[in-house]
Structures are given as structure tokens and as C-alpha cells.
Design a protein around this ligand. Structure first.
Ligand code: PLP
Length: 390
């Protein structure tokens, strides 16, 4: 990638991805010629309705679900909020206890904290040093008041993939609903909601080359869940509001592309990932965060001891390298990452992480450039750091 005549590498795909040109092309007519409100009765609207139906089928197919189990939302945050609050309130007669983990995205954690302020009890399970939740801990935490377990499929900061199938099996055995935030996993981890015993699943278009502001929630048939958008009868009266037709069409196309041939894309990403990890770990006092093997194929998260993650990001920006210290939502604050703290890293070290998340368009040349620049930047910052061993 070039910007003007400078070299640039976008390595922040966990924050967002560019909308794929084929996705954009598919969306465009729905902004102009096929603009009918899907709820209207004339021909122009039928085309919008049909397009939504096609997209719903694509999303369902990608998850191993039925089209009637897919509900379009404004993105991952709304899907997480709907799943967690919706199940919590609808099942209040059965119990008021929810189980989650300490390393969830804030869309889950802050929703759980909100519920705690409204009379619910939440267990925040610890993780091991690689960021894995133990299925045995999940089972031990279940009480006769537990109505929901919500554990993410893969972590947005360190890329660790959770034992979702095992957790789903436990949830089913104990008759507790199981929600998973799969926002980072779509297109990287094959998903089958039936064999994974998942009752609710959140996803978001802009994480897999779809547009921003569109997502979906899978709600298994028969799940008892409240709705929060009241108004028209869209989404089978469960999520009112005129549909974002171009966004839905884009999501449908993007998920089809993302889940088609996961294997060969992952092979490419894993090769680039291995090159990066191997070389970066050869820099002294560098630690790999996340699981060595159970991790997303595009995620590299390392700590360079004695320097601040924020300073690395700013210097890399001067070289046209776009990376992150953690999740985009947390990057404006200087608080250490809650994910790294939960993995047991001390406060002062948890400040210094660099997250590189690659995309299918990244090349070996991009990795060469990253590996040329990052050691220079680390060296430069360490030479100024009073903490670095001289
Ligand atoms: N969940 C996870 C794991 C995420 O990484 C994100 C976005 O970073 C979200 C939820 C929120 O998704 P959205 O940006 O679509 O609201």
C-alpha cells in the first residue's frame, strides 16, 4: 500500500477492515435505483425485501443456522447488548445470574456491569496466562440461578480462541443459554452453531470486509429473549426500524466471501504471522501475548519491555504503519489493557503492548517493512527509556 509516495502498511484489521470492492459494488444500487422501503407494498420494495432475504440466507449459511434465526442489527455492540440484556430480563423468573469472562470486549463487560447495577449477579471468570477460559471453571460457576453464559469466540486484543464447543456442551447440559461474541472470529474460525451448542451469536460486518454499522444476532429458535427496539414490525417484530438495506446487502456478500475458503486465507495469514512472531521475539525482552497456537491467524500481540505501547504506535505512524496497542475503543485511554492484566501481566508491563492484525491483502513485502521498522523504533524508544537496562 502507498500513500502519496510513502510506503504504508495497514496492520490493524481487528479494529476494522476496508469494505471489499465487490461488497461495495453489490451495495451501490441499494442507495440509488433500488431504494424502496422494504415495508412498502409496491414492486420497488419487493426488490429490497428480496435482497434482505438473500443476505439473511448467506448469514445463516455461514453459521449453520436457519434464515429465520438471523436478526440484523447495527453491529457487534448492539448484538451483544441485545443478547445479554434480552436473555437476562426475559428469564428473570428463572434466575438473575450471568457468567462471563474478564477478557470480554467492553460491549459485553459494560453491559454486564449495567445489569449488576440493576439487581443481576455476574461472575467474571479468570483466564490463564494465554487468555483461555477453563471449561471446568465455567461449570463450577453455574448455580441454580444462572440463565446465561457469555464467552467470546476469539479475543480482539490477543487473538486467543476459546474452547467454545466444550463451553457450549456444559451450557446445554445445565440448561443455561450460551451466547458467544464471534465478532473477531468470522472468516477465521469455522462456525457451526449447532455442533458448537451456541444459542446466541454476535457478529459485525466491518470486521470482515463488510460495511460499518451493520451486524447480526443469531437467536436460536425457541430462545426466550426480550426485544428493545419497539416500533414497526421489521425483523419479525423483534427489532423495529427501517432496515439498513445497503448495509444488509453488503453484510450478506461479505460473509459469503469471508467464509468461503477460510483454509487457504488462513494459510497465507499464518505464514505471515509466524514470520512476524519469530523475528519480533528475537528482540531481547520481548514477550508474546495470547496463546501460542490457539490464536487467530492474523493476530500478533507482543510486549517490548521498558517502553510504552502508545509511543510505539505514534512512531510507527510516522513510518506509515498502522497498528494498535489493544482494542480501538480503549486506545484513547492510558489505562493498561484489562485483557493483559487478566492474563496476569503486571500493571507496568501491561502498558507496553503492540497489536498487529493482518489482512488478506497484506504481503511478504509488508512483513519485510514491518520487520525493518519495528526493531528501529523499539531501539530508539529503549535508548530514551530510563527503565531499560543499559
Ligand atoms: N466485540 C468484539 C470482540 C469486538 O472486537 C468489537 C469491535 O471492536 C465489538 C464487539 C463491537 O463491534 P462494533 O464495532 O460492530 O459495535
Amino acid at each position: 500500500m502507498t500513500e502519496g509516495n510513502r510506503r504504508a502498511v495497514y496492520a490493524d484489521h481487528a479494529a476494522t477492515t476496508p469494505t471489499h470492492p465487490d461488497v461495495l459494488e453489490k451495495m451501490m444500487p441499494y442507495y440509488s435505483v433500488i431504494f424502496g422501503n422494504p415495508s412498502s407494498l409496491y414492486e420497488l420494495s419487493n426488490a429490497s425485501q428480496q435482497a434482505i432475504g438473500e443476505a439473511r440466507k448467506n448469514v445463516a449459511k455461514a453459521l449453520g443456522a436457519l434464515p429465520e434465526e438471523i436478526f440484523f442489527t447495527s453491529g457487534g455492540t448492539e448484538s451483544d447488548n441485545w443478547a445479554i440484556k434480552g436473555v437476562a430480563y426475559a428469564n428473570i423468573e428463572r434466575g438473575n445470574h450471568i457468567i462471563t469472562s474478564q477478557i470480554e470486549h467492553h460491549a459485553v463487560l459494560h453491559t454486564c456491569e449495567y445489569l449488576e447495577e440493576h439487581g443481576f449477579l455476574v461472575t467474571y471468570l479468570p483466564v490463564d496466562r494465554y487468555g483461555r477460559v477453563s471449561p471446568a471453571d465455567v461449570e463450577t460457576a453455574i448455580t441454580d440461578k444462572t440463565t446465561l453464559i457469555t464467552i467470546m469466540t476469539a479475543n480482539n486484543e490477543i487473538g486467543t480462541i476459546q474452547p467454545i464447543r466444550e463451553i457450549g456442551e456444559i451450557a446445554r447440559r445445565h440448561n443455561v443459554y450460551f451466547h458467544t461474541d464471534a465478532v473477531q472470529a468470522i472468516g477465521a474460525v469455522p462456525i457451526d452453531v449447532v455442533s458448537m451448542n451456541v444459542d446466541l451469536l454476535s457478529l459485525s460486518g466491518h470486521k470482515f470486509y463488510g460495511p460499518k454499522g451493520i451486524g447480526a444476532l443469531f437467536i436460536k429458535n425457541g430462545v426466550n429473549i426480550d426485544s428493545f427496539h419497539h416500533g414497526g414490525s421489521q425483523e419479525r417484530k423483534r427489532r423495529a426500524g427501517t432496515e439498513n438495506v445497503p448495509g444488509i446487502v453488503g453484510l450478506g456478500k461479505a460473509i459469503e466471501m469471508a467464509t468461503n475458503d477460510i483454509e487457504s486465507r488462513n494459510r497465507h495469514l499464518r505464514r505471515l504471522q509466524s514470520r512476524l512472531i519469530e523475528r519480533l521475539l528475537s528482540i531481547p525482552h520481548t514477550i508474546l501475548n495470547g496463546h501460542p497456537s490457539e490464536r487467530l491467524p492474523n493476530n500478533v500481540n507482543v510486549i517490548f519491555e521498558y517502553i510504552e505501547g502508545e509511543s510505539i504506535i505514534l512512531l510507527l505512524d510516522n513510518y506509515g504503519i498502522y497498528a494498535s496497542t489493544g482494542s480501538a475503543c480503549a486506545s484513547a485511554s492510558v489505562d493498561p489493557s484489562h485483557v493483559l492484566l487478566a492474563c496476569g501481566l503486571p500493571q507496568e508491563i501491561a502498558h507496553g503492548s503492540l497489536r498487529l492484525t493482518l489482512g488478506e491483502e497484506n504481503t511478504d513485502d509488508d512483513v519485510d517493512y514491518l520487520l525493518e521498522v519495528i526493531p528501529i523504533v523499539v531501539e530508539q524508544l529503549r535508548s530514551m527509556s530510563p527503565l531499560a537496562a543499559k
